[in-house]
Design a protein around this ligand. Sequence first.
Ligand code: FUB
Length: 483
Amino acid sequence: MRYSKIISTIFCILISIAAFSQIKPNINTKPYPYGNPVIKHMYTADASPHVMPDGRVWMVTSVDHEDGGGYSTMHKYHTFSSKDMVNWTDHGEVLNIYDVIGSNVEPEGEDWALWAPDMVYYEGKYYLYFPVRILYKEGGYDEKTRKTIAYTGVAVSDAPDKKFTVINPKIKGTQGIDPAVFIDDDGEKYLYYGTHYGAKLKDNMMELDGEPIKMEVDDERFMEAIWMDKKDNKYYLSYHSHYDKPIDPENPDDLHRKKSRLDYGVSDHPLGPFEYKGILNYELGVNVNEGPKLPGKNYVPWRLYQSNHGGIVEYHGNDYLFYHTSALSSWRQDEFKGPGTWTQRSVCVDQISYDESGIIRPVQQTLTGVEPVIVDQPFEINLALKDTEVTNSTLKFENINLGTGYYYAAIEMKGIKEPLKCEIRLDKPNGALVGTFVIKKDGLTETLLRNAKGTHSIYLKFSDELPTKSSIKSVKIFAGSPK
Ligand code: FUB
């Protein structure tokens, strides 16, 4: 072995020993006593929540290693679903790093990891966006000197609980971690990723449609973990802010310390620029009212100075923040006597509230979690076409009870010659837009719906004259009560 190779091997061994010497075993087997985190049988992080066509909330999460060992040990994703936000089903592993690498060994000198993912439904398929993060071992693990690259790939599946197949291991133009996909009410699709970028996605969901744009937020602490949400026609871009030094146990709230928060900005356009609006989520473990305290201190053991990461979903009238903490790790290691491990995280869910002007009140992190959601309405509404006339390329359906929310719609058509769009609006032909069918061919076309709740007249407004001899076979609104 050459001298330099011996030195680098010794160095790697030392680094590994250093990393693993911090491992604390998960020796406490008592059941975790609180509602948050919601996943209690394994370590999960970076949740991306969406309502899927079965009316349930689904999330894909990163998986932190049972034995800790840091961010390089994140090698797979699981999906979970719930119909009430409290009880979650683990659907198992849907993608592994070796599905991406194509063999069961990592290239020599490199640590490959799968970081914060997103999963969306589009035109009958589920797309899983994953950041590959490669760390070159000769650069070492030190945050200041390490050499890494990261980019986004995409995998597809027919169902969110089945294995995904990689269809593009590296989306051209993407650099950096934390992809998030947003589908707008007009049918456009956007991919956000890296520290600051956003771009339209092509219909094939695996290529960028044009050059990525730098997301501008007037906040110098905008760092990573972008999530896009839309509320009352405004685009809310939330993100993890730059933080600095570790928490001083004697002064955890030190005003001079830059905190790891989720902050957000608002815009009238999905690609910005965004106006900074404030805090979505405080530093992890801040202001938790109930529960255990770190021995001798007035704050929870899992107070964390880094690793905040959020995803937002609206579900039957409430908005929820998904984030993660090390509370489960703190419990399983030594029953809340110590802090837990910052890379043994677990997904928590708490409610978001807004003031009258749309400003988010910083989320109250809780141990109890949220109230179970109970939905009692039909899963599906078939809009009766019998007596409905198409006037000026517009159809009207009166007095439709959308209850606490319907999340998808489908139209079946025949005789389509050219692609056309059909907007779904409430109460007036130019009322609130809740979704858009992009009809490319005969058969079924689906769209997601946003803010479709309460009792309304529903208008379907086609972008063009319907071709002669075309016909509408059915229109249905679905994903009301979760299956
Ligand atoms: O969980 C791994 C990475 O750490 C995520 O991709 C980032 O957002 C950071 O939280």
